[in-house]
Design a protein around this ligand. Sequence first.
Ligand code: BEZ
Length: 254
Amino acid sequence: MPSSKTQRWDPTQYGKNARFVSDLGVPVVELLSPQPKERILDLGCGDGALTVKLGEVGCTLVGVDSSAAMVKATKALGLETYVMDGESLRFTNEFDAVFSNAALHWMKNPQRVIAGVWQALKPGGRFVGEFGGYGNVATIIAAIESALHTRGIVVANPWFFPGIEEYKGLLEAGGFEIKFISLIPRPTLLPGDVGGWLETFAQPYTSALPADERQSFTSEIVETLRNVLCDADGKWNADYVRLRFFAKKPNNAT
Ligand code: BEZ
């Protein structure tokens, strides 16, 4: 999924700890409103669960992801997918829509992503997506960075979580018309404790530690966050904030 060099994706682990990502993607699919016979690019398609759902309406789906392991898993589902970096898309004027769920926050150079999406779209095409917005997982990041700090380790935030004005400005600078953009706090129920989330998503941080210290580091974060993110029934909710948007390449664009 991501461009981050320190993040490794394992489709099996992803299915166990992150199925909620595609399950909660329904509102952004509805915003896209895919139509039969449309040609749609799924940017950061992950394990393809949402790509399959999009294809059910009878459009042609192409998926790209920077993880070879994820793309291999999607091919087993019969999807047309390619290993491709979202910051270096290689399509020209061929899609009715570009869709992206929970992937754009891994791409730290949004100008390059937006330029590639623009080039991939036909005039009048839509760019519809959802990803982590300003304040996303701030509680988790604070706990991780504090625990690393006590070990004398500093890791730059690996994610891009913009606010509305910042992302709107980037889309407009890329030539898009904004039809909808919203920042949506969405506390997200995790399938287990926050340790599974850390193992699946936070490798850019944990890989800064020696391998034999990662397990105890994760346990420490779980205990730090237990009072904050875990309720009386033992259910863990991550402090997700989504940035959801619908942008259009003008009909008269070249
Ligand atoms: C997210 O979907 O918001 C997210 C996933 C992994 C790391 C950071 C954020």
